[in-house]
Design a protein around this ligand. Structure first.
Ligand SMILES: Cc1cc2nc3c(=O)[nH]c(=O)nc-3n(C[C@H](O)[C@H](O)[C@H](O)COP(=O)(O)OP(=O)(O)OC[C@H]3O[C@@H](n4cnc5c(N)ncnc54)[C@H](O)[C@@H]3O)c2cc1C
Length: 387
């Protein structure tokens, strides 16, 4: 199977990592088609949890991740009044899974993946947006916006959550579901060493949340979230002013970080996911990453699961006898874990963005009673499963 023509749609985290994993498994005829003009990325930063890092290590990327990443110690939770609720121990998660978790900027991660893809001579074609896919006996023809057509042996749909053409082809429907909250995300880089503790700070209010993630002493990313309908007036607001009035009184650290973040580094995102589907492939097309199982940012695992997909997809394709059985094994391996993570993300979002003050008081009281050692181990068991 190793010389089969493989087309990957999308040069995001999932598409690039899959290309690298396929190359590692001996596949050489790979082309990535990306609609953007260059490999830019949306978003500020993310945590590569130990489960994803374990895979990146297998892809010989650990050294590069160590260079760009910050080693986290705790995820501390506070109320919006700055009352400490407890902390998830990242070191426990690392120990159980057997790797280190790193916070990274998205731009840096994208660069690391791209550099590796270029080094491996993987072809990436930019400005090549897929318009449509059609069934062609047992194969699939991809039609691009430029009206050029290709009929590769294998197509990987890694075209994200918002308008995946591959998901439309495979599942029949690709409409993402708005989950009734928005995020303002930002990234800040400073001359002066400012982020001296390697702890995620997570503040919980009523229908609102603010999280701050340090990458190193000079760099951090953050997200403010709030329950809001689609197209709320905040979408067109003055973000810094809006954020300061919403979160500025929660903690001096939040006020400071909002003030220090350049306006152009702040983005407003209405947050969608997908209902889990167990249809991941059709003909010669297989979905992975967000196109297969988009999860909310509250799961903390979207990108990490795309990275896990990459490894397992490449392994299945390298070891199974046919493309069909490879696709089936891949889905069988990945469905339960990604579904559990999607549902966990939704549950946490429902709780965090609940607008009932009494509910939030009870939620916070419960959080204070949590056995965080057990909680950290529980998280590690789910995230570390099936690696
Ligand atoms: C606000 C927010 C915060 C998040 N925070 C985190 C986090 O902290 N940790 C985490 O692990 N995950 C996080 N995620 C999730 C994470 O971003 C995704 O799960 C991850 O990027 C999935 O990678 P992907 O490659 O599947 O999709 P994407 O990264 O979306 O890549 C899809 C690529 O396909 C391209 N494409 C799309 N359509 C076409 C087409 N028709 N033709 C050609 N190319 C196309 C796009 O341009 C893009 O480059 C967050 C998501 C959101 C929305």
């Amino acid at each position: 199977m190793n010389n089969q023509e493989i087309a990957i749609i999308g040069a995001g985290i999932g598409g690039l990592t899959t290309a690298i994993a396929l190359h590692k498994k001996g596949f050489t005829n790979i082309t990535i088609y990306e609609r953007r003009t260059t490999a830019t990325t949306m978003g500020a930063g993310l945590v590569l949890w130990a489960n994803a890092v374990k895979i990146l290590e297998r892809l010989d990327l650990l050294d590069s991740i160590e260079e760009i990443g910050g080693k986290l110690e705790q995820m501390q939770r506070y109320t919006s009044e700055n009352e400490f609720l407890g902390a998830i121990n990242v070191k426990t998660i690392n120990t159980v899974i057997g790797a280190t978790s790193f916070s990274v900027s998205r731009a840096d991660l994208q660069e690391v993946l791209l550099e590796k893809a270029v080094q491996l001579k993987i072809a990436i074609v930019y400005k090549q947006a897929v318009k449509k896919m059609i069934s062609d006996t047992k194969k699939t023809t991809i039609i691009f916006e430029t009206d050029t057509r290709i009929t590769p042996d294998i197509v990987i749909g890694a075209d994200g959550r918002m308008n995946s053409i591959a998901r439309k082809y495979v599942v029949g429907d690709n409409t993402p579901i708005y989950q009734n909250f928005v995020n303002w995300i930002g990234i800040v880089e400073l001359q002066k060493p400012t982020f001296l503790e390697n702890n995620v700070l997570d503040f919980w209010g009523v229908g609102q949340r603010f999280g701050l993630v340090p990458i190193n002493a000079h760099k951090a990313y953050w997200a403010g979230g709030m329950a809001l309908p689609l197209n709320a007036p905040e979408k067109k607001g003055d973000y810094k002013k809006d954020l300061d009035s919403m979160f500025g009184s929660w903690s001096p650290k939040i006020k400071e970080i909002i003030a220090l973040t350049p306006s152009e580094n702040i983005k407003y995102i209405e947050v969608f996911d997908h209902n889990p589907t167990n249809v991941w492939h059709k003909d010669r097309v297989c979905l992975l990453g967000d196109a297969a199982h988009a999860t909310l940012p509250t799961s903390g695992q979207g990108a990490c699961q795309a990275i896990e997909d990459a490894w397992h997809f490449a392994t299945c394709l390298a070891t199974e006898e046919s493309v069909e059985t490879a696709f089936k094994s891949f889905k069988a391996l990945r469905f339960n874990k990604t579904t559990s993570i999607t549902m966990a993300g939704r549950n946490l979002a429902t709780s965090l963005f609940n607008t009932d003050a009494i509910y939030c008081q009870q939620r916070n009281a419960q959080a204070k009673q949590t056995d965080y050692k057990n909680a950290s181990q529980g998280i590690a068991q789910l995230w570390g499963s099936g690696l």
